[in-house]
Design a protein around this ligand. Structure first.
Ligand SMILES: CC(C)(COP(=O)(O)OP(=O)(O)OC[C@H]1O[C@@H](n2cnc3c(N)ncnc32)[C@H](O)[C@@H]1OP(=O)(O)O)[C@@H](O)C(=O)NCCC(=O)NCCS
Length: 328
């Protein structure tokens, strides 16, 4: 019998429909197209338009992933949405997606790990397929960061965007599939990126809202350094565990937080610049959606080909970080 591994059977993507350019942001905060492009690489980003929300983006991406995988919704065993911006506080956004796509026999829950959500989900869920517990799992990484952004804070509002990327996981013939993965969290840097208000410690109140504690607070400069180190270290860890070297990698698909972070990680890993995929220029930072949405785009462009070795690496609030090595 041919050896099997767990892999991605099909991808889907849906970004917010409203295009927000750097010029648009110049009208909102004291910034410039030149500053944003030089310091972050972003030219434009997509945010929610009227009538759109986490569940509408996530469901659209999910439907497309199912179609591309050739898997029916009723065959899905688990629907897992990674998000920090749910459709509403209760129930899980996964329940809304499940209802929309009619994945009627599935269990459904959300995973809250900010930007590394996709890598975390694939790491913890893929063994459930290898051990035979489940056949197909739908992972939808969906974040609508525009809804938790302080639109008066130029240090954050120029970065964030709204989007969803979905993947159907199932068995693929070896040597393709997930080769190795690792996830970690550095809790001593929680305060570098957080939403302090709106939880049990600081429940919603007029004071919380007036202080804007329900919006993302970020210490960008310090986070930058932690990001570069953690993404590099965890990439080297998965390569070593898999018995591969960086020269074996065809494509580096990092979380898209800042083009300078990607450049610094690529330099430290000694990856040729042309192997490092950049989508932040047109997508901004869609949190956990960036990696699946970027994989979707490069597969569509023909840049990502069967059997390519792909190294995904990511970090975010927590500070959570992780990496995934896949033979496509
Ligand atoms: C946020 C980030 C782009 C800021 O870039 P930076 O080069 O570190 O800039 P600094 O924060 O040191 O600020 C430099 C100056 O630019 C200013 N500035 C910040 N945002 C600005 C903006 N949008 N437009 C113009 N000026 C801006 C600052 O006020 C500061 O001015 P000052 O020197 O007069 O005080 C960068 O630190 C970053 O990307 N960090 C990682 C963030 C991240 O990854 N977040 C998501 C994690 S998933």
């Amino acid at each position: 019998m041919q050896e099997k591994r767990v892999g991605i059977l099909g991808l889907g993507k849906k970004l917010g429909s409203k295009v927000l350019t750097n010029k648009d942001l110049e009208k909102i905060v004291d910034t410039s197209d030149e500053w944003i492009q030089t310091r972050t690489g972003i030219k434009e980003r997509r945010i929610l338009d009227k009538g759109e929300s986490a569940a509408t983006l996530a469901s659209a991406a999910a439907k497309e992933a199912l179609e591309n995988a050739g898997v029916k919704a009723e065959e899905i065993d688990l629907v897992v949405v990674t998000t920090i911006t749910p459709e509403q506080p209760l129930p899980a956004t996964a329940a809304f997606v499940q209802r929309e796509i009619h994945a009627d026999k599935a269990g459904a829950f959300d995973l809250v790990v900010a930007c590394p959500g996709f890598v975390y989900a694939l790491t913890v869920l893929s063994p459930l397929i290898s051990i035979g517990k489940y056949k197909y799992i739908l992972v939808v990484s969906c974040d609508t960061l525009s809804t938790i952004t302080d639109w008066e804070d130029r240090g954050t509002c120029v970065l964030f965007a709204d989007g969803a990327g979905a993947a159907v996981l199932g068995e693929v013939p070896a040597p393709r599939g997930i080769l190795q993965s690792a996830i970690h969290n550095d809790p001593y840097n929680i305060e570098l990126l957080e939403i302090p208000g709106g939880g049990s410690r600081r429940p919603y109140s007029h004071e919380v809202i007036d202080n804007k504690e329900h919006f993302v607070k970020m210490r960008g400069n310090e986070l930058f350094k932690v990001a570069v180190k953690s993404m590099t270290d965890v990439s080297l860890e998965v390569l070593e565990k898999a018995g591969w070297t960086i020269d074996d990698v065809d494509l580096l698909v990092p979380h898209q937080a800042n083009i300078r972070i990607t450049d610094a990680v690529a330099t430290r890993l000694k990856v040729d610049k042309e192997k490092a995929v950049i989508s932040i220029t047109y997508m901004g930072n869609n949190s956990s959606a960036t990696i699946p949405a970027t994989l979707y785009d490069i597969q569509k462009e023909g840049r990502l080909k069967e059997n390519d070795i792909v190294l995904c690496t990511t970090f975010g609030s927590g500070v959570a970080y992780g990496a995934l090595l896949i033979q496509w």
